[in-house]
Design a protein around this ligand. Structure first.
Ligand SMILES: *Cc1c(COP(=O)(O)O)cnc(C)c1O
Length: 351
C-alpha cells in the first residue's frame, strides 16, 4: 500500500511494535517509558520545564481537553477560523458555553494579520485559539505574527499544531505559546490513537477547571507525575510513540524531519508544475500539497488510485482538488509515480 494520507507509510521498526505482545502497564518499566516520552516531546517542541499529557484518544480529544480545562476559565475566546479545524475550535467553545469571537479566513487564504490585530483589539479576548497548519486547505499560519499580536494585547495563545509538528519549525517558548496540542497520526507518523497536550511552564500552578471527567488536566497530571495514566492507556501506541521519539532524536531531531518533509513537498510540487496543476493554498505548509486537477466531482483520481494501485490520497474542499501528505515515508520515485498515475487517470477518456 502507498499512503499519502495520515499517518502515511510507517517505518517497519515502529509498525512491528504494533503486532508484538502487550506488556502490563502498571509497572515501573512502563512509567519510565512515559516519563522519557514526555522529556523528548518537550525537547522537540522547545517547551522547557513544561508538562505533557498524553491521552488515549484522537487529536480532537486534546482540543476538547484544552477548552474544558483551560479556555473555559477565560471570559472570552477568539478563534482564527480558516477551515474545518478552525471551525472545530469554535464548535468546542460553543459546546462548552465559552463566549467566542470568530475571525473567519477565506478557504485556502492566509489571514490578514493587520485585520486580525484590529479584531483582537475590538473583541478583547483573554485567549486566542488557532491552527499552525489548517490541514483542510493546506495553509500555514504565521505564528510569529500571531504571537506578536497576542503579546501586544495580553492574550493567552493556544495552538493546534496537530498537522505541523515535525513538518514546520516550532518553538513554544520563543513564541510564548501557553498550550499546544498534537496527535500521533500526523507528523509523528505512528498510528492514530494518541492525543497530546503540551503545557508551558508559564501555566505552572494554574487553577484549571474540572469540566470533563475523562480529559481532566489535574487528574491526568497527578498520574503522569509517576508516569501513569488514570485510565487504561492504548499501551502499544505509547510504546510506538516512545520508539518513534527516540528514533527522531537519534536521526538528528525535529529539524532533520522537517527537512525530509520539505524535500518530499518540493519533489511533488515540481511534478504538479509539470502537469500544470494549480496549488491553491496561499502560504502553503510543507505538511501537505493541495492540488487542483481537472478531475470532476466524481473523484475519478481518488477512486482510480485506490482500485488500481492500492494508493491513498485525500479529497479536498472542491471538485478535482486533492491533498497529498508529505509526512509519511515516501521516496522521490514514489512521489513522481504518484503524480504520473494521477495524470494518467485524469487524462483518460471516459469509457
Ligand atoms: C488531524 C487534525 C486534528 C484532529 O483530528 P482527529 O481526527 O481528532 O485526530 C485537529 N486539528 C488539525 C489541524 C488536524 O490536522
Amino acid at each position: 500500500m502507498q499512503s499519502f494520507v495520515f499517518p502515511g507509510n510507517i517505518d517497519e521498526n515502529i509498525s512491528r511494535i504494533g503486532s508484538a505482545d502487550i506488556p502490563y502497564m502498571r509497572t515501573d518499566e512502563f512509567s519510565a517509558i512515559n516519563l522519557e516520552s514526555e522529556k523528548m516531546l518537550l525537547e522537540l517542541m522547545h517547551c522547557r520545564k513544561g508538562k505533557t499529557i498524553i491521552y488515549t484518544g484522537s487529536g480532537t480529544g486534546a482540543m476538547s481537553a484544552v477548552v474544558e480545562n483551560y479556555v473555559s476559565t477565560k471570559k472570552k475566546a477568539l478563534v482564527i477560523n480558516g477551515g474545518s479545524f478552525g471551525a472545530r475550535w469554535v464548535e468546542i467553545c460553543r459546546y462548552c458555553s465559552v463566549p467566542v469571537a470568530e475571525f473567519k479566513v477565506e478557504f485556502a487564504h492566509a489571514p490578514d494579520y493587520d485585520e486580525l490585530e484590529s479584531f483582537v483589539a475590538d473583541e478583547k479576548p483573554e485567549v486566542l485559539l488557532c491552527q499552525h497548519h489548517e490541514t483542510s486547505s493546506g495553509v500555514l499560519f504565521d505564528l510569529d505574527k500571531i504571537s506578536a499580536i497576542c503579546r501586544r494585547h495580553g492574550v493567552s495563545l493556544v495552538v493546534d499544531v496537530i498537522s505541523s509538528f515535525l513538518a514546520e519549525e516550532l518553538d513554544m517558548d520563543r513564541l510564548g505559546i501557553d498550550i499546544c496540542v498534537t496527535s500521533s497520526q500526523k507528523g509523528l507518523n505512528i498510528p492514530p490513537g494518541l492525543s497530546i497536550v503540551l503545557l508551558s511552564s508559564a501555566l505552572e500552578g494554574y487553577s484549571f477547571a474540572h469540566a470533563g471527567y475523562y480529559w481532566d488536566f489535574q487528574t491526568n497530571l497527578d498520574n503522569l507525575r509517576r508516569g501513569q495514566t488514570p485510565f487504561s492507556p492504548a499501551t502499544t501506541l505509547y510504546l510506538q510513540l516512545n520508539a518513534r521519539l527516540k528514533q527522531l532524536i537519534a536521526e538528528g531531531g525535529e529539524m532533520k524531519n522537517i527537512e525530509r518533509v520539505r524535500h518530499n513537498a518540493e519533489v511533488f510540487r515540481a511534478e504538479c508544475r509539470k502537469y500544470s496543476w494549480a496549488m491553491p493554498a496561499e502560504s502553503p505548509s510543507y505538511a501537505v500539497t493541495t492540488v487542483q486537477t481537472s478531475d470532476d466531482g466524481s473523484r475519478r483520481i481518488f477512486r482510480g488510485l485506490i482500485e488500481r494501485y492500492d494508493t491513498f490520497i485525500m479529497p479536498c474542499g472542491k471538485p478535482g482538488m486533492y491533498r497529498i501528505s508529505h509526512m509519511g515515508l515516501q521516496s522521490d520515485e514514489e512521489l513522481r509515480l504518484l503524480a504520473a498515475r494521477m495524470h494518467e487517470i485524469e487524462t483518460e477518456k471516459s469509457l
